[in-house]
Design a protein around this ligand. Structure first.
Ligand SMILES: Cc1ncc(COP(=O)(O)O)c(C=O)c1O
Length: 415
């Protein structure tokens, strides 16, 4: 047990990292996705948390492959895997990296080659032309826009080609023409992302069916021999991974394509979400007894590590934490805005709870962490300096972004 009090008094807010939790997630992935029934190789999505201690521990836990979206992410991986000497060129089965940003900067493509990166995603002819122009050894994966309506963060409106026959025919036709001209670019397979925070296994099922339709056209009409189905990210610790695994296995078995293709995935959130908790101090507690409204101001907000509230649509629950006793006192659920007037909130009002806004430290009123209902007794408690706030499972899309706007630092990470 880390001494929270000692660590937090040295800074405004801290992350407490737990390597064991990271390792448990790798083990769980292997149990559900790398077993006798299927082998889905995880390419860790660097964007989710690119800190070097995370990469080091993932590698120690057996992760060997990475989804990078920029040259800087590739450079981080290179520090650990020495891609330049041990590059992928000779072994097509073992791409260490998939450059899975469908719209890449030219300079990043050029530089990626010096790290032996040759596997790229694309979703339009323009990108294909660019990749073909700059990397003569490129192998490309076509990113499909799939149903992501049951996911918290949706990507299909930004990336991916709709898997309609005409679209696919057109783009594969263009690729074929390019190949005839210079015999360079090779078609490696298809990918999709069902959206981050996916809440339905059927999105994977339908997306795999979409992939197969595309692969059939590629094989039958254009005589390609694509090998990869990349099932992307979206896995999380709310929706059971076991269910996704079962549905994926059932689907590939039914379609009789389990052994025909190599399966890879790009999990981010799932692997790192649970490995860090965030602790913040409470600067000020304002309680308006007459209007029954409480506003509290804490030492980390949407400009720092709680940027996930804005970008990742997170509604974080808070835990009142006694750092003298090192114990959790009370959990308060964040109000989901869409359900603002639902039964739960009516119930809160009826139970005489007080509405509470939790604000970040900057002077911007955008810097709001969430809305809550709290019992009056806890309001006094929060004025005690030894009572701090804990946000559980904050390893994903938190420390990866954010800044020190207004002079408020991001959380110190305690390993
Ligand atoms: C291309 C790609 N792959 C993988 C991921 C990781 O997704 P998740 O964290 O939901 O696993 C993302 C997230 O933005 C992504 O854009």
């Amino acid at each position: 047990m880390k001494d929270i009090k000692r660590h937090i008094t040295r800074g405004s807010s801290i992350f407490i990292y737990c390597k064991k939790r990271l390792q448990e997630k790798i083990t769980e992935w292997n149990k559900y996705f790398r077993n006798g029934e299927i082998d889905v190789v995880p390419y860790y999505a660097m964007k989710c948390n690119p800190k070097e201690f995370i990469i080091r521990d993932l590698i120690e836990g057996g992760i060997r492959n990475f989804d990078c979206a920029s040259i800087n992410e590739i450079k981080i991986v290179n520090k650990f895997l020495n891609l330049t000497n041990n590059n992928n060129n000779n072994n097509k089965e073992e791409d260490k990296i998939i450059f899975a940003q469908p719209c890449k900067e030219v300079g990043h493509i050029q530089k990626s080659m010096t790290f032996g990166v040759n596997l790229y995603t694309f979703d339009c002819v323009e990108e294909l032309e660019k990749i073909n122009k700059y990397n003569s050894k490129a192998r490309v994966v076509l990113r499909l826009a799939v149903d992501d309506s049951n996911s918290i963060c949706q990507f299909s409106k930004k990336y991916g080609i709709k898997p309609e026959k005409d679209n696919i025919d057109r783009i594969l036709g263009e690729m074929s023409k390019m190949k005839k001209k210079n015999n360079k670019i090779d078609f490696a397979g298809v990918s999709f992302h069902v959206g981050s925070g996916c809440l339905s296994a059927y999105q994977y099922v339908n997306a795999i069916k979409d992939c197969y339709n595309v692969l059939e056209i590629a094989e039958k009409k254009y005589k390609y021999k694509p090998k990869i189905i990349d099932i992307g990210g979206g896995f999380n610790n709310t929706y059971p991974i076991q269910e996704i695994s079962e549905k994926v296995i059932e689907t590939v078995n039914k379609m009789n394509i389990r052994d025909k293709y190599r399966y890879i995935a790009e999990p981010g959130r799932y692997l790192v979400e649970n490995c860090a908790d965030l602790y913040t101090k409470i600067n000020t507690v304002k309680y308006d007894r007459i209007n029954r409204l409480c506003n509290i101001y804490i030492t980390n907000g949407t400009y720092q590590d709680l940027n996930c509230v804005i970008y990742d649509h997170i509604k974080p629950d808070i835990i009142l934490y006694d750092m003298n006793k090192n114990i959790e006192l009370h959990t308060i659920k964040c109000i989901n805005k869409q359900e603002n007037e639902n039964n739960e909130n009516k119930e809160n009002k009826k139970n005489n709870k007080i509405k509470m806004n939790v604000w970040g430290p900057t002077c911007d009123s955008m810097d709001k962490v969430g809305e809550y209902y709290i019992e009056e007794e806890y309001i006094e408690m929060m004025k005690d300096e030894n009572i701090i706030i804990k946000f559980k499972n904050m390893g994903a899309y938190t420390m990866a972004a954010g800044c020190s706007f207004n002079g408020y630092d991001k959380a110190r990470i305690v390993l």
